[in-house]
Write a protein that binds this ligand. Structure first.
Ligand code: NAD
Ligand code: ISE
Length: 335
């Protein structure tokens, strides 16, 4: 059986996901697309022989669309996710789930009312082989109880509309989510400090150092550098009571020449996480065919949004801000 998918928002990541669904993975076809840029929607649709619709709501209600992908701009995500839940259709939503805690809660309430998960969130790091190996190492007890997770998230550059808060709400949300995944714990407080600004950043407070306190006592330190020029570099290390586990460099080869050794650093998130995105969609296709979702949930989206939002408050206040999560609904008990 082929899963028939409608895609809302066919910009950079929407097109990349369509590429993997139509040329890399088996078991799915994209039958409908929409974008506020109608010409772009038509161009993408023509390449894959899909129908175009003027609105995301029309994609969701199209009778041949069995499952929905939301890859439009962040502020529009919640309304399409809610419409998909109302239609009873599985929905894959890129991060963020929503930009406000209220909208995230509306999604939690809608899914809870349905009594089952329909939403899978685009936190692809959870499908990355390296982070999975890191988690297995922690669970094996090889490094003892985890005490600190240090995460480095470096982008070579960001677009002009990117704000200081985006380092948390757009970028560090991935580190927040993977910290929760690795430590199997929730955040309780956040502080943010900024060193002297990177002069390449058009006045942006960049880099940022974010410190998150987890409920069981571990600390998460996240360095976001979003104008660091040299490449897209994702770092990670968990320090335990008796050992450490570190994300390895992921080169196929190391070149030694002229008295030096070198390897490649990825250019962007598409290259760094290509295998993770493929695995994420393999899992989603299988789960959506069964009428549900796999991996990161709306709860994970809610925690990322509330934590990064309070982090933005911490940037402004310069203080340690506490994080209070609502009760986790039972529908999200098994992740
Ligand atoms: P983009 O601007 O390239 O593409 C977004 C597209 O959505 C644009 O073509 C825009 O016209 C369209 N759009 C906006 N509002 C719409 C609406 N209401 N209905 C239909 N189309 C609409 O942005 P992008 O880089 O592709 O990012 C899209 C989303 O994916 C963002 O939420 C971003 O945070 C997320 N993202 C995730 C990752 C990741 O690593 N998981 C990487 C990049 C982007
Ligand atoms: C982008 O939206 C992503 O999600 C990337 O994974 C992240 O590295 C980047 O900073 C974001 O802008």
């Amino acid at each position: 059986m082929t899963l028939q998918i409608g895609v809302i928002g066919v910009g950079m990541i929407g097109q990349d996901h369509i590429r993997r669904l139509t040329t890399v993975l088996a078991g799915a076809s994209v039958v409908a697309v929409s974008d506020v840029e109608a010409t772009q929607a038509q161009e993408v649709a023509a390449r894959i022989d899909a129908k175009t619709y003027l609105t995301g709501e029309e994609v969701i209600s199209a009778s041949d669309v069995e499952a929905v992908i939301v890859t439009s701009w962040g502020p529009t995500h919640a309304r399409y996710v809610l419409a998909a839940i109302a239609a009873g259709k599985p929905v894959f939503c890129e991060k963020p789930l929503a930009e406000t805690v209220e909208d995230c809660e509306a999604v939690l309430n809608a899914e809870t009312k349905r009594g089952k998960r329909l939403v899978q969130l685009g936190f692809m790091r959870r499908f990355d082989a390296q982070y999975r190996a890191m988690k297995e190492t922690i669970l094996s007890g090889a490094i003892g109880a985890p005490l600190i997770f240090q995460s480095g998230h470096r982008n070579p550059s960001v677009p002009g509309y990117y704000t200081a808060n985006n380092a948390l709400t757009d970028t560090a949300v991935h580190d927040i989510d993977i910290a929760r995944f690795l430590l199997d714990d929730e955040p309780i407080a956040i502080s943010v400090m900024a060193p002297r600004k990177n002069s390449r950043g058009n006045g942006l407070a960049d880099p940022l150092l974010t410190l998150i306190e987890m409920r069981a006592g571990a600390l998460v330190a996240i360095e976001t550098s979003v104008n660091i020029a040299y490449a897209y570099d994702i770092r990670g290390e968990v320090i335990g009571e008796t050992g450490v586990v570190t994300l390895a460099e992921r080169n196929d080869v190391v070149v030694k020449a002229n008295g030096m050794f070198s390897g490649r650093v990825p250019a962007d998130w598409r290259e760094r996480f290509v295998d993770a995105f493929d695995a994420e969609f393999r899992a989603w296709i299988a789960a959506a065919k069964a009428g549900g979702a796999a991996g990161p949930s709306a709860w994970d989206g809610y925690v990322a949004t509330i934590t990064s939002g309070i982090g933005a408050k911490a940037i402004a206040s310069g203080d340690r801000e506490t994080i209070t999560l609502r009760h986790r609904p039972p529908v999200y008990s098994a992740n």
